[in-house]
Design a binder for this molecule. Structure first.
Ligand code: ASP
Ligand code: MG
Length: 469
């Protein structure tokens, strides 16, 4: 049995929590027929954000910011070592390991501040130190509890990516070959490897990162490569839920959902998972189990290829707030191939992400939903490039919300849309826009943000989601 256990930054931010995760690893080692375990770790909570913030100071040649930053980072990581590791010898070794990484980190920062430049490549390089500082701490903490362990970077373990710094993708064939060659002998020696999540290297050995929350992705990449039996994502939330519990009192943790359903939910729920993290395991049918390391009584959510028979047609009501609607139109758009392409290209060039689209068959207008924060950029770019030519009008509606009903059971079942919109209408909520993909996995509609919470509660009740799944 091979198990990947990824620990998120939120359960690595105090000595007590580190001890907790060591206990978890130990319990799996002892109780479940001594499986092989690979730990994948994130940086301490907040550290990645702090490194990103520091990069601004580097560009401004602010040398003092480095000193302050290094002092703070050294302090918090050494505190973890001191609180989590009891054996004096191991504690000293862990401290030395942290200080060694820290001095390399400082040297790199001092180099960058001199040239006052942070490129995507050098940003990835400095971001890697968050995870690199954490790996020895977790590994020595495992040793402190008599578990045989060693620590590695994603690069050392063989994860090779393209050179798309900040959002790199693994070169899967090479990665599979290398990870197998490097990881399996370690596992055979009965060692628990602690691997830095999020970071890897390209073919020229430059450090890359897999995008924010990339440790999830590292975990599933490794799982795919060595054909693991299961991936555990440990953090401080219970699992994926039937709705946002801050909106619906009776929201429940979903015990089991499919990969496809999870893919619809992970970007917006309480548990954010890297959007591409499901890909490697979907191809190889490896289940993911989301667990709360601080609430072991809760069995969490299993994301699985084969669903046990489920009575629930609808699994979850997702709400996405802080969005805006843009409606563009004009007679010239009718029957003119390339209109949609030019609109979306213009937005893409300006790095505006479109979350939802709707166009009626008359083709005279296209409505789209985007993040409220992107609205200014979107309007300016459309106005400069297309208004008066391809498009004749541009209407904007701010403060709208997307409500999405997710569930693979909706496929091919008649009357679901009827139930959704009847109950929404009965509660006096106006629907502004609708989209449903032909996969029928989700149905999304847009309402005024003032109506969002009511819409979510109405549907949660309508589909009986407050009853335990
Ligand atoms: N430390 C990285 C981040 O904060 C990766 C991760 O946590 O998964 O995005
Ligand atoms: Mg994280």
């Amino acid at each position: 049995m091979r198990i990947i256990m990824k620990f998120g930054g939120s359960v690595l931010d105090s000595p007590q929590r580190i001890k907790k995760i060591v206990e978890i690893v130990k319990s799996f080692r002892i109780n479940k027929n001594t499986p092989e375990i690979i730990c994948v770790i994130s940086a301490m909570y907040g550290v990645t954000d702090k490194i990103i913030a520091l990069s601004d100071s580097l560009v401004k040649s602010d040398k003092r910011a480095i000193k302050k930053f290094i002092d703070e980072m050294t302090l918090v990581h050494i505190e973890l070592v001191e609180g989590a590791i009891t054996n004096p010898k191991l504690r000293q070794q862990a401290k030395n390991a942290v200080l060694e990484v820290m001095s390399e980190f400082q040297a790199v920062l001092e180099g960058l501040v001199l040239i006052a430049e942070v490129t995507p490549r050098s940003l990835d390089h400095i971001l890697s130190f968050g995870e690199r500082l954490m790996a020895p701490i977790v590994s020595y903490s495992l040793k402190d509890q008599d578990l045989n362990s060693d620590y590695f970077t994603g690069k050392q373990i063989g994860i090779v990516t393209d050179s798309n710094f900040g959002e790199a993708s693994p070169l899967m064939d090479t990665t599979k070959f290398r990870v197998n060659a490097r990881l399996v002998p370690i596992l055979q020696k009965n060692i628990i490897p602690v691997v830095t999540g999020y970071i890897a290297a390209d073919q020229h050995d430059h450090v890359t990162t897999l995008g924010r929350s990339g440790s999830d992705y590292t975990a599933t990449i490794i799982a795919f490569c060595i054909n693991a039996d299961v991936v555990y994502l440990w953090s401080d939330v219970d699992g994926l839920m039937t709705a946002d519990p801050s909106i619906v009192n009776g929201a429940q943790v979903l015990s089991e959902i499919s990969y496809n359903e999870a893919a619809e939910m992970v970007l917006f729920g309480a548990k954010y998972i890297h959007p591409r993290a499901l890909e490697p395991v979907m191809d190889s049918n490896i289940p993911i189990i989301i667990r709360n390391a601080l609430n072991l009584i809760n069995p969490g959510t299993t994301i699985t290829p084969v669903l046990k028979v489920s009575t629930n047609i609808v699994k979850s009501i997702i709400s996405i707030r802080n969005t805006a609607l843009i409606d563009v139109g004009g007679g010239g758009m009718v029957g003119a191939p390339g209109t949609a392409a030019s609109i979306f290209q213009t937005l893409a060039k300006n790095k505006v992400n479109i979350m939802m689209i709707s166009q009626g068959p008359s083709e005279s207008s296209i409505s789209m939903i985007l993040k409220q924060d992107d609205l200014g950029k979107a309007i300016t770019s459309l106005e400069l490039k297309l208004l008066g030519r391809v498009i004749k009008h541009l209407n904007v509606l701010e403060n709208v919300s997307i409500v999405t009903v997710v569930g693979s059971g909706m496929r091919g079942i008649k009357g679901i849309a009827g139930r959704i919109f009847t109950s929404i209408a009965k509660n006096d909520i106006n629907v502004i826009m609708i989209a449903q993909g032909s996969s029928e996995l989700n149905l999304a509609f847009v309402v005024n943000d003032d109506d969002c919470e009511k819409a979510v509660r109405t549907l949660h009740h309508e589909f009986g989601l407050d009853k335990v799944q």
